[in-house]
Each structure stands twice: as structure tokens, then as C-alpha cells.
Design a protein around this ligand. Structure first.
Ligand SMILES: O=C(O)CCC(=O)C(=O)O
Length: 284
């Protein structure tokens, strides 16, 4: 196995600021293939749909229209062997996860984020565990751009040290696309700690703590920004969680990478699977 491990400085940045970056983990040819997998999916019409040009809605179900509309492919990586075996259950990345989580590793979350040129929208300020609402703080999150992620095309923004806060109750505003951190608290936190813009080249990886406050702005540029994201955890952390388990899959067992595809889903049950309370709605 190729032992990619965080350096002392990277580990200390993770502890102090809540994240670290490894450069050039996925090579550019592989990134191009992975982009192809995603574009193939979003550009194909839904089965049975007739793709036509509608003058009242010129972008409707054309490939261009579909590219402009898609923001996220949730849980898609377990349907794509190329993504799964190279990223979430890829040896190089699992070695890094193993350093933090031990020899048994489960993928808790997987998804692809697409920010098409000019139409790609913002992801509101959130903590990942503020959305999971399962009380977990220890899983290990990552995000890999398959093309350069810059300030112009909507790279991620982190508030350094925000991982030291509690899991904050997320709320909904009238224009929220999903639960988000209370906006006033975000402004206070930015005033206190500032913002780090996480500019990455194709195939770099950023890893962060599940409490980290993060956001990404709309893509106002003419360059697309596609990324693959995931979260690894382990059976011990999962056994403590407060909520039911969905879409979790084995990536490594006792130090051995799992090569099954489709990946084996986990059967670990938690104590209490009550759904969380609805998000508080804020009038603005
Ligand atoms: O890709 C993005 O812009 C947002 C990703 C994100 O917030 C996440 O992976 O938690």
C-alpha cells in the first residue's frame, strides 16, 4: 500500500483550524474520466422523456438545460464503480482515513457537487453534522475538485477554528435551499476568525472536521466546478449516534480495502432512530 499520511504541520492545522489540504492526490487523467462519468449522467435525458426545443423555455430538457440545473448528485458514488474504487474506497485516500479512524472504515456520505458556469448556486453556511443531526463529531470529511476550484467559480470557504464550536441548531430562512447556520452567528464568527478560501487544483483534496462552518458562493465565472465529496466514519463512532443509519457502506475491514461493487451496506443499528425535530423557520 502507498502510505500517504498527513505531515505534522497538516495534522496540527487539522487540530487548530479544522482542516488540511493534500495536493495532487488524484491524477489529472483520472479526474477527466471521472468528470466524464458525471457529465454522461447529467446530460442524458430521463428515460422516456422526449428532448425537444421549447421556445418558451429554451433550456428545458436539453443537455445544456440539464447541466445548468443540476447542483448535486446525492449518493451517486455508490452507483459509479470508477468513482467508488478510486475515491471513497480508493487505497490512497483510505490510508489517510485510516490514520484518523482506524482499520474499519465506513462511508457515511457520498455525493457530487456541480457548479455549472454562471448558473451554479451557493451552498449555504452549514456544519455537516448540523445537517446530519445525529450528534457525531468524529467522522472525517473530504472534498476533491475534478477541475480547478477558485474564488471565481465558487470554491469552498471555511471559517478557521469554527470546528471548536458545538453542533449548532440549523434553521431555515424563506430562501434557504436546506438547513443552514443562523446568519447572524455566521457574521459574528467571520468577524472573529475571518474566512479561508479553499482554492484547489484538480485532484487536490481538502479534509475537514464535521463541525467546520463552511459555505460555497455562486459560480459567476464561465468555468465549471465539479467536485466529489464524502465522509468516512467507523463502527465505534456509528454505534454512538443518535439517529437511524442510511446509505452507509463498508470501505475497509480490518485494514483490508473492500473491493465489492455495489459496495456492502452496513447493518449497524443505533439505539434510537427517532427523526429529528423540523428545522426552526426564521421570518425575514
Ligand atoms: O461543493 C460545494 O460547494 C459544497 C460542498 C459541501 O458543503 C460539503 O461537501 O459539505
Amino acid at each position: 500500500m502507498n502510505h500517504w499520511l498527513p505531515s505534522k504541520e497538516q495534522k496540527s492545522q487539522y487540530d487548530n483550524e479544522g482542516y488540511f489540504i493534500l495536493r495532487n492526490v488524484i491524477d489529472k487523467d483520472l479526474a477527466a474520466e471521472l468528470r466524464g462519468v458525471l457529465r454522461n449522467v447529467i446530460m442524458l435525458p430521463e428515460p422516456g422523456k422526449f428532448v425537444d426545443f421549447d421556445p418558451m423555455n429554451p433550456m428545458k430538457d436539453t443537455p445544456q438545460g440539464r447541466i445548468a440545473r443540476y447542483r448535486k448528485l446525492a449518493n451517486f458514488c455508490v452507483q459509479s464503480p470508477l468513482i467508488w474504487h478510486n475515491i471513497h474506497a480508493g487505497e490512497k485516500l483510505l490510508n489517510i482515513a485510516r490514520y484518523f479512524l482506524g482499520k474499519d472504515i465506513i462511508v457515511k456520505y457520498n455525493s457530487c457537487f456541480l457548479k455549472p458556469p454562471r448558473t451554479g448556486s451557493a451552498t449555504p453556511w452549514h456544519q455537516d453534522n448540523g445537517l446530519w443531526r445525529d450528534g457525531e463529531t468524529e467522522p472525517f470529511n473530504f472534498w476533491i475538485p475534478l477541475e480547478p476550484a477558485t474564488k471565481e467559480n465558487g470554491c469552498m470557504q471555511f471559517i478557521p477554528k469554527s470546528h471548536k464550536t458545538e453542533i449548532v441548531e440549523h434553521v431555515l430562512y424563506s430562501d434557504s435551499i436546506h438547513g443552514e447556520l443562523p446568519r447572524e452567528r455566521v457574521q459574528e464568527m467571520i468577524l472573529k476568525n475571518g474566512i479561508h478560501h479553499i482554492e484547489l487544483d484538480t485532484g487536490d483534496v481538502v479534509f475537514w472536521h464535521s463541525n467546520m462552518w463552511h459555505y460555497s458562493p455562486p459560480n459567476t465565472s464561465d468555468k465549471s466546478r465539479i467536485a466529489v465529496a464524502g465522509v468516512w466514519t467507523n463502527p465505534e463512532i456509528m454505534s454512538q449516534r443518535k439517529r437511524g443509519i442510511q446509505n452507509c457502506y463498508w470501505a475497509m475491514k480490518d485494514g483490508i480495502v473492500c473491493y465489492d461493487f455495489p459496495p456492502e451496506s452496513t447493518a449497524i443499528k443505533n439505539k434510537d432512530s427517532k427523526p429529528p425535530n423540523p428545522y426552526q423557520r426564521i421570518q425575514d
